[in-house]
Design a protein around this ligand. Structure first.
Ligand SMILES: [Ca+2]
Length: 260
């Protein structure tokens, strides 16, 4: 195992106050950026059609992958981390309902396609096909903190989704929050810097990232001076669709990449 792959783990516990026992869930996927493993006929089967709010189940209002490798997938970038409780999927109504079966719904903090992000959490698995034109709710086995939701179809068939709703709550409503980071020495994550704080320790920088819903990576600089404990901590929105998903080499820096 190389130093680069060394897993650095830290957990943060925060008790949030809940009003009653009921957490209100909202669809946080509506009109968010989406993409898929391939698209048939240009915009005809575009990934955005699963989050456009249109519940029409005719294929002209649904996504449609082309013939590419298995598993075929579709994903949405929620733009910030939420607690994902459940997903509602609407199947095609005019044909071919048997295609939408044997798939996983997974949740991850990072773009699941980016190198160095290996931890993904399965929210739910659906073995049988969703009936033609039906909407089915799949509850996660437990709420999962994450920014990216992906549907993976494990058979050699077209992946079509007419609408996907991600039912989630804000991080602040969760009774427990936890963070798991991978430490990348001599690296900085690219992406949008959404804030910078001065901290006295790596742990404090990680805590700052966990408590900022848009933060999925933190870049930690060297001490400002040999006698000074304080160091820069950049909070980065990393791994989004259309964002710079690269790392740059930086000798005196280290990156904490949120993986869950
Ligand atoms: Ca739709």
């Amino acid at each position: 195992m190389t130093a680069f792959n060394w897993i650095w783990t830290t957990y943060f516990m925060a008790v949030a106050s809940l009003s009653g026992n009921c957490i209100e869930l909202t669809n946080v996927a509506l009109l968010k950026p989406a993409e898929q493993s391939s698209t048939k006929l240009g915009d005809f089967g575009g990934a955005h059609k699963a989050v456009d709010g249109n519940m029409n189940t005719h294929i002209s209002h649904c996504t449609h992958t082309a013939d590419d490798s298995v598993p075929r997938w579709w994903r949405v970038d929620l733009l910030e981390r939420f607690y994902v409780h459940a997903v509602e999927l609407t199947n095609r109504g005019d044909c071919c309902s048997q295609r939408l079966g044997n798939f996983d719904v997974e949740v991850s903090a990072q773009n699941p396609l980016v190198a160095n992000s290996t931890l993904r959490h399965v929210c739910a698995h659906q073995d049988t096909s969703i009936p033609q034109g039906a909407t089915v709710r799949l509850d996660c086995t437990q709420p999962i903190s994450g920014r990216h939701v992906r549907v993976l179809l494990y058979k050699d068939d077209v992946l079509t989704l007419c609408e996907v709703k991600v039912l989630a709550s804000p991080l602040s409503t969760a009774p427990v929050t936890s963070g798991l980071f991978r430490r990348l020495p001599r690296s900085k994550a690219s992406g949008d810097v959404i804030g910078e704080v001065m901290v006295a320790s790596v742990t404090k920088c990680a805590t700052a990232c966990v408590t900022e819903p848009r933060c999925t990576a933190a870049n930690i600089g060297p001490p400002a001076a040999p006698s000074v404990m304080q160091r820069a901590c950049e909070l980065v929105s990393y791994g989004g669709i259309g964002q710079d998903n690269s790392f740059t080499a930086a000798d005196d820096w280290q990156c904490l990449l949120m993986t869950a």
